[in-house]
Design a protein around this ligand. Sequence first.
Ligand code: BG6
Length: 504
Amino acid sequence: MTEAPAVENPLLEGLGQRRTPEPCVLVVFGASGDLTHRKIIPALYALALRKLLPEKFAIVGAARSEWTDDEFRDQMEHAVREFGRDDFKQDVWDWLAQATRYISLDFADETKENDLAGLLNEIDEERGTRGNRVYYLAVPPQAMPTIVREVGERRKSEGWVRLIVEKPFGHDLASARELTALLSEHFTEEEVFRIDHYLGKETVQNMLALRFANGIFEPIWNRQFVDHIQITVAETLGVEGRAAYYEHSGAIRDIFQNHALQLVALTAMEPPIDFTAESVRNEKVKVLKAIRTPAPEHVVRGQYGPGYIEGKEVPLYREEEGVDPASMTETFVAAKLLVDNWRWADTPIYLRIGKRLARRETTIGIQFKRAPHPPFEDATTEELQPNMLLVHVQPDEGVSLAIGAKVPGQGMRIRTVHMDFLYGGAFRTELPEAYERLLLDAMLGDQTLFTRSDEVEEQWALVDAIVSGWARDRPAFPNYAAGTWGPAGSDELTRRDGRAWLRH
Ligand code: BG6
């Protein structure tokens, strides 16, 4: 009898089993930018280390900076060493470096684009990448149309093309529609991969596993058993030198419109019939469509004042580099959302997102209704909270269920305890970065974790409706101190309904 091969650590079995993408060239537009440096390049290194990239592969960095191939490779090496999650391995790096080229492009200059086409042909010849292309648009929205047109008009007949489009996908519904219309002149929806990096996070995908791979949650995942849902996307970071972008975006466009609403969609959606891109996205878009425009008193805006983050004094938003000293840009939004469907009618989803909050924490809490008739005296259950299923998206990734338990000893005293599942403990592996998964999925042509045009439009429609109400009033900014849980109005939002944020 042949024995099954020994598995070094049985808990690691099955992790990381993926197809390898077909040969291709990945062209990164915006190669000198922060995102390329912090996320894209370190993710490519992590994929190379795990041998998940195709053997016949090349990276082309494209940006305005006048760099040589070697100068770009130096930048990349620096990025991998500084932001990579793995130890630096010379042989892996050498492989990636020899697969990398750089081209200085002025997107308005058509002759330069010819150079790109020439370079790509040359790479196809040398490396056998067969005309397959992944174009990553890590550029500001104003640079997108030219690139889309250039790339679209010059697409080759052989090979496949995929276009990864970074956020922001437009600035409002009208501009998002314009961008979609432009994309559809040159590409099919199946060729467009709109990134929302939250969907690449393991813990976000685990919401689907938790809900639909277990029989015990779905029967109670509805208005009959759930009192409310609360979602927090809290950052300790400030604007981090991105004022030029953030001043026009604010928290509502930066996080609420995309990451936060995607968390709502995954938490509230109906079970998809299968785990294909169309089925999952069909269900998500139904939830997004069903979100009622919140009344003005159900949305709270904030902007941080001076304060302390981890004991360090930090300035107010209006004094951050590049920020208008009279800026009315919000760095915090809390909202009470209602989803008008049979599953969720009258069950609020409280959402709060913000910068410079008390700690970095993204959580999704499902708070269940209290037991209808606990046969205990009130004094015995004083320390008992209602059951809550808390998904820790980050950090301390895991899931925890708050339940009541008897305190050991004489008599009956019941207190809340937590049943915890922690990724680190259960799987003994570090979680991959979201961009690793998303880059690989795009190369494989799998759109499940990318947002479809109708989802993005629903998200914008909601944001436009909220923002249009804002033009009428001017809140007294700043209205929360850095290092706290946001403005008083946020606590008021839940308190009015007799509820409370989990940490406030
Ligand atoms: C980005 C926002 O999309 O997400 C940033 O533009 C924000 O402002 C970041 O800091 C948060 O991502 P993460 O993965 O650190 O939660």
